[in-house]
Ligand binder design. Structure first.
Ligand SMILES: Nc1ncnc2c1ncn2[C@@H]1O[C@H](COP(=O)(O)OP(=O)(O)O)[C@@H](O)[C@H]1O
Ligand SMILES: [Mg+2]
Length: 319
């Protein structure tokens, strides 16, 4: 499978008060094959949305780069290139104009693109609504006349109407009622198959990620600590943080708690030394000496995935 997206050593830092720096994203490298789906999970504040925005070209990276089909991609890319990547947010209100009928909101990206005749644009907008499971007759309705699930379908139609190759979904089902959530997840799976889309899927809901994505990356305090194919990640998680996240989900479908592990989730303003997870890690004592507190573990490629943990390294053999 050919590679569509490559993210190399992405860093996003924000200036904070008193000259401090928020290390929102540190050294994140990822890739997604054409038509593939990568899930991005982690607690609130771990840098998922900032990573998503930087990949979508909505946020200039402090360091590192984003490549689309091998070409640099970002806020400076031309319109046609930028339309190859679309983003869907948790709250569709943000991308829908409350004063315009939804058909207009779905057609607008085509207008901005200057694509085709008004008639052809209208037809494409209606086809996008239809593909997203909405009766095209709803096109004349306003956002407030629709349910939350319908509004999210409109936001998805608006993203798809320009025929993107990569769709970045940031918690796309988190604001929806549980009963509607499964329908939207099914729709996203169906759309991916039908249009050969690739997804970067940010979610708190591990069951949803498991359903949608064949690869998963786990973030902790701005860094990817584990990356693996779905079966390996859910079947045999290797990072103590991933293990804790999974054990904190007693029933599938339940979101993990904001703080599933107890203890201080720490701040990206002052990440702990060494492995940022070490103050909360139940297994750090298994590592000889004070290595977890002193030395940053690198993400090391292993069979089926990569993990950043000193515990995952083969034990040092002494002569
Ligand atoms: N524009 C910004 N300015 C300053 N700090 C930010 C900004 N955006 C995000 N952050 C900080 O970056 C960290 C990561 O945030 P975010 O990417 O939203 O995490 P997540 O989506 O995983 O919850 C948080 O500590 C957040 O407060
Ligand atoms: Mg977020």
């Amino acid at each position: 499978m050919s590679e569509l997206l490559r993210v190399e050593k992405l860093c996003v830092r924000f200036p904070a008060r008193d000259g401090a720096t928020v290390h929102a994203v540190e050294n994140v490298s990822l890739s997604i094959p054409r038509g593939g789906a990568l899930g991005l999970v982690g607690e609130s504040g771990s840098g998922k949305s900032t990573t998503a925005r930087a990949i979508a070209g909505l946020q200039l990276p402090s360091e590192g780069r984003v490549l689309l089909s091998g070409e640099p991609f970002g806020p400076g890319s031309d319109r046609a290139t930028r339309q190859r990547v679309q983003m869907v947010f948790q709250d569709p209100q943000g991308s829908l104009d409350p004063r315009r009928p939804i058909g207009w909101s779905v057609e607008e990206p085509l207008v901005l693109q200057g694509a085709g005749s008004p008639l052809a644009r209208r037809a494409r907008a209606l086809a996008a609504l239809d593909a997203c499971g909405l009766d095209p007759r709803l096109a004349v309705r306003y956002p407030h006349e629709l349910s939350g699930g319908q509004r999210q379908r409109v936001a998805i139609a608006r993203a798809l109407v320009v025929e993107p190759e990569l769709v970045i979904l940031d918690e796309p089902t988190s604001a929806l009622d549980v009963s509607v959530r499964a329908q939207v997840v099914n729709l996203l799976c169906e759309l991916r198959r039908r249009f050969g889309l690739a997804y970067l899927f940010v979610s708190h809901d591990l069951a949803v990620v498991r359903r949608v994505c064949e690869d998963v990356a786990v973030m902790y305090l701005g860094r990817v600590v584990e990356r693996a194919p779905r079966a390996e990640l859910f079947g045999a998680p290797r990072h103590p943080y991933t293990q804790a996240l999974l054990s904190a989900v007693p029933e599938l479908g339940r979101e993990f708690a904001a703080d599933p592990l107890g203890g201080d989730p720490a701040s990206p303003l002052a990440p702990p030394s060494g492995c940022a997870f070490h103050p909360r890690c139940s297994r750090r004592a298994e590592v000889l000496g004070n290595r977890c507190a002193l030395e940053l573990p690198h993400l090391v490629e292993r069979a089926a995935g990569a993990v950043a943990c000193h515990l995952a390294e083969p034990p040092v053999t002494r002569p």
